[in-house]
Ligand binder design. Structure first.
Ligand code: NAP
Length: 300
């Protein structure tokens, strides 16, 4: 039997519709339109594509979306000035500085300058600390999207007691993912380059989340039969005809023969990331005004 394919694209469409309904409710009840400001520095082609998608999907959901496009020559001081202006702009609820930043700009300093209440990427140390201590903050979008797909696939209560392995410990995916899985009552192992016998660790996982940025690192025989596999990786691989294609961090066809469910690349985790960014912007808008989170998204 082959695994169920977890359709992140379809789930993201329905989440964006829920966000759109919540935005409409906020406007009708309180005359509030949540505002998202995206800052793009330089000409990185992949970043330009991501930012265009964020802008289009934010508008479609009814958010006020602004993109500030700054030249690659922008200094760190100038960028910090832009962030300070957005922090103090009452119409802006969410600020996202697109990474990577050009050489010469310290992304850590820039992310630290964002008002944590507007940090819709959830990368600020205050939000990371709130998540690590089980308190309410803004949660990084990609792991939040992975958790939603897992809950959708397994049911929230069915996650209790499961063994979850997170492969990768980055601040944007691996670490927050592990925190979320622990909050969902899984027993969590985080594996990284220093871990011994990573395939054996992965084989223990009822839930395996892979975020390493290594094309098809995880083979079929690393996967526990019947497990759920979430592949966060997005890697561009050259094809024989001179083109390229996207592959994940998991050897998809091999894993499909062993797992009970898994996410494809593309069409799995990727679409959930932007949908969760829109969700975070609405949550930030409500919290900043002490408004109740609209019912459409309250249980997301
Ligand atoms: P990252 O910052 O480079 O972190 C990679 C992590 O993987 C590190 O913790 C590293 O371990 C670990 N790792 C690398 N090779 C390993 C190996 N052979 N065995 C065990 N651990 C290994 O990457 P990231 O930002 O988390 O992104 C990971 C992947 O997810 C990338 O493909 C990225 O494009 C993708 N991504 C997708 C989305 C989305 O929206 N779908 C969002 C973000 C990222 P050490 O800590 O020991 O170095």
């Amino acid at each position: 039997m082959t695994a169920t394919v977890i359709n992140g694209k379809a789930y993201a469409v329905s989440l964006r519709q829920q966000v759109g309904a919540a935005v409409a409710q906020l406007r009708a009840d309180w005359d509030v339109t949540p505002g998202l400001a995206v800052v793009l520095v330089g000409e990185d082609p992949a970043s330009q594509v991501y930012v265009r998608s964020k802008e289009a999907q934010a508008r479609e959901a009814g958010l006020r979306s602004t993109t500030l496009r700054l030249p690659a020559s922008t200094s760190q001081k100038e960028l910090l000035g832009v962030v300070a202006d957005l922090n103090s702009d009452p119409a802006v609820d969410g600020i996202l500085v697109q990474l990577p930043l050009p050489p010469g700009i310290d992304s850590g300093s820039v992310l630290a300058a964002i008002d944590p209440a507007k940090d819709v990427d959830g990368f600020h140390a205050i939000n990371a600390g709130l998540l690590a201590t089980g308190q309410k903050g803004l949660v990084p979008c990609t792991p939040l999207g992975c958790l939603m797909l897992l809950r959708h696939c397994l049911g929230p209560r069915a996650m209790t007691g499961l063994s979850a392995v997170v492969l990768g410990r980055s601040n944007i995916v691996g670490r927050p993912m592990a925190q979320l899985l622990m909050q969902a009552d899984c027993t969590v192992t985080i594996a990284h380059k220093g871990s011994r016998d990573v395939p054996a660790l992965c084989r223990q996982a009822d839930i395996l989340v892979v975020a390493v940025g290594r094309p098809e690192l995880v083979r079929g025989d690393w996967v526990k039969p019947g497990s759920v596999v979430i592949d966060v990786g997005i890697n561009r691989m050259a094809t024989a005809d001179g083109g390229s294609r996207l592959v994940g961090d998991v050897a998809y066809e091999e894993a499909r023969q062993v797992a009970s469910a898994l996410t494809p690349v593309p069409g799995g985790v990727g679409p959930m990331t932007i949908a969760c960014l829109l969700l975070n912007t609405v949550i930030a808008a409500c919290r900043r005004r002490s408004l109740a989170i609209p019912s459409y998204i309250a249980d997301c």
